[in-house]
Ligand binder design. Structure first.
Ligand code: SF4
Length: 152
């Protein structure tokens, strides 16, 4: 079973939509994004547990601080400087919009299907981002989800 934050799952599907089929390790962060992403892409039946806390991607990350808080910073959202705060905002919005509760367990395929069914909410979840970023996020997520779900 993989423990994963909702926005991390959506990022994996978005990057899959951008054409990445095999994820590679990231030297800057040293996180487990590549491993979790490859597992999800190759095995649709894998069980995932939705979390608002640190997830399996965060575990080896250089930016994972005390009590599971992310200590990385961001500069693309007004009035939000810490990634931990931004992650909490967007993950809570995804949970509300999808009706998939924290700590619930699903297959990766099933969770992708649910998020695809409420895909228009991407514009609300990431409303503070630029329009161009939101449209890119929406378009690539849709492409990735359609490829993953076999509806292309
Ligand atoms: S600790 Fe922060 S930067 Fe590292 S994977 Fe988790 S959310 Fe991303």
């Amino acid at each position: 079973m993989i423990k994963i934050k909702p926005h991390h799952f959506m990022d994996i599907i978005k990057l899959y939509g951008k054409g990445i089929e095999m994820f590679i390790p990231d030297d800057k962060y040293n996180h487990n994004f590549y491993y979790v992403a490859n597992e999800i892409i190759k095995n649709h039946h894998i069980h995932i547990k939705i979390t608002l806390e640190q997830d399996d991607i965060c575990l080896p990350c250089k930016y994972l601080g005390k009590e599971g808080r992310c200590i990385d910073t961001i500069d693309h959202i007004n009035d939000v400087s810490f990634k931990n705060e931004w992650n909490q905002i967007i993950d809570n919005r995804i949970i509300e919009n999808s009706n998939v509760l924290a700590n619930s367990i699903h297959s990766a395929h099933e969770y992708c299907k649910i998020l695809y069914s409420v895909k228009e909410n991407i514009f609300d979840v990431w409303k503070e981002e630029t329009n161009s970023d939101k449209y890119d996020r929406y378009n690539y997520f849709c492409l990735g989800a359609e490829k993953y779900l076999g509806i292309l």
